[in-house]
Design a protein around this ligand. Structure first.
Ligand SMILES: *[C@@H]1O[C@H](CO)[C@@H](O)[C@H](O)[C@H]1NC(C)=O
Ligand SMILES: *[C@@H]1O[C@H](CO)[C@@H](O)[C@H](O)[C@H]1NC(C)=O
Ligand SMILES: *[C@@H]1O[C@H](CO)[C@@H](O)[C@H](O)[C@H]1NC(C)=O
Ligand SMILES: *[C@@H]1O[C@H](CO)[C@@H](O)[C@H](O)[C@H]1NC(C)=O
Ligand SMILES: *[C@@H]1O[C@H](CO)[C@@H](O)[C@H](O)[C@H]1NC(C)=O
Length: 316
């Protein structure tokens, strides 16, 4: 309830809420993002792709600041991604004082619009958390995400929701309406696992792990299936992903083996060649020295018979 009172204050303080009839995704308004103390979070803020707003910003109730795109600071960045019709807000080094209300907002022709509001809770043991908030997979492949929840959330509804269309997959539902390409299983203790199979490029985007109202964002990147290597092969279709991936792997392994072979053959051979060159060099040098010395000695013998010792050293 305190949160609601705070939110009201927030709307009044902005002063456009009642007057302009701000459109708000009410379905998301009681979202609580739980983040570990000292941790970081990236939050997506969607906007109308057909009518992109002129200005986009992140509003913090904590210091009543508006941070417009594109801003990059040490602990806060607000970056626009026009290709995805959203901007992302990354907050780092989160401390208890950052707990509070935040909003994504846009301005079109000077009219502000809150598109998404949420409550951030910085906790030493977050109610809901994920190991990695950024995952990736290949087209046709699988990814799995483990979402952890604290003991207080054991009996809450656990979901995996797509941010874009707010569609959710729920633990324990066996309705046919749920997509079989997403499976959720709860270990009943501290985590539930989401398995997404047969990934499509269009699955790329933002998702949320949630238990009750507590949630954590996860970004999924689906990359194109690797083309099957070889000049005559067609590009791999999604059904061939596994094969093309393996083939790629063996190709690189082959390459490594070949490199090793090259090394093991060429190193000794070139070493031997080098040795041979040195030997030849030494012999020719010695040969020329000796013939020089012979001439020298002959001349010296003719001149005087004083120094036989010096040439003796050089004769090795
Ligand atoms: C903001 O940054 C994004 C991503 O780097 C870029 O695509 C976009 O063009 C930038 N927008 C402006 C106004 O600089
Ligand atoms: C970023 O967060 C760290 C840790 O809380 C803090 O020491 C630092 O001053 C912050 N940087 C800025 C620019 O606020
Ligand atoms: C299941 O997901 C696929 C891919 O996202 C989609 O094409 C299909 O319509 C979905 N089925 C249902 C029943 O939601
Ligand atoms: C790959 O898919 C395309 C259509 O997406 C199809 O025309 C083509 O025959 C497929 N190739 C193979 C090798 O299955
Ligand atoms: C396939 O091999 C290329 C280099 O040969 C490498 O850059 C790429 O990451 C590999 N892909 C996979 C899926 O192993």
């Amino acid at each position: 309830m305190a949160v609601y009172a705070k939110k009201k204050m927030f709307y009044i303080s902005i002063g456009f809420w009642l007057i302009l009839g701000v459109e708000c995704y009410s379905g998301w308004s009681n979202h609580v993002l739980t983040i570990k103390t000292g941790g970081s979070v990236t939050i997506p803020c969607r906007y109308d792709e057909k009518n992109p707003p002129q200005k986009k910003y992140w509003y913090s109730e904590y210091d009543q600041s508006k941070i417009y795109t594109n801003t990059s600071e040490e602990n806060l960045s607000v970056i626009d991604h026009p290709d995805q019709s959203l901007f992302t807000v990354t907050m780092k080094n989160l401390q208890n004082k950052h707990t509070g209300g935040y909003s994504c907002a846009v301005e079109t022709e000077g009219q502000p619009n809150v598109t998404y509001e949420l409550h951030l809770k910085v906790q030493s043991a977050p109610d809901v958390s994920v190991v990695s908030s950024s995952i990736s997979g290949h087209e046709g492949g699988n990814v799995s995400v483990q979402c952890f929840y604290s003991s207080g959330y054991q009996n809450e509804l656990k979901q995996w929701c797509r941010y874009k269309d707010q569609s959710c997959y729920t633990v324990g539902r066996t309705e046919t309406s749920q997509n079989s390409s997403v499976q959720i299983s709860d270990d009943g203790r501290r985590s539930f696992t989401v398995l997404m199979t047969g990934l499509r490029l269009s699955d790329s985007g933002w998702f949320f792990c949630s238990s009750g109202e507590a949630m954590n964002p996860v970004h999924l990147t689906v990359t194109e299936a690797e083309p099957v290597s070889g000049p005559t092969d067609n590009p791999g279709n999604s059904s061939e992903t596994g094969i093309s991936k393996n083939k790629n792997k063996t190709d690189t392994e082959d390459q490594q083996i070949r490199n090793k072979e090259l090394l093991s053959v060429w190193l000794p051979v070139s070493a031997a060649l080098l040795l041979l060159l040195i030997l030849v060099g030494v012999f020719t040098w010695k040969w020329t020295q000796r013939s020089k010395q012979d001439k020298h000695q002959n001349r010296e013998r003719n001149d005087s018979r004083t120094s036989d010792a010096v040439p003796q050293i050089w004769q090795l």
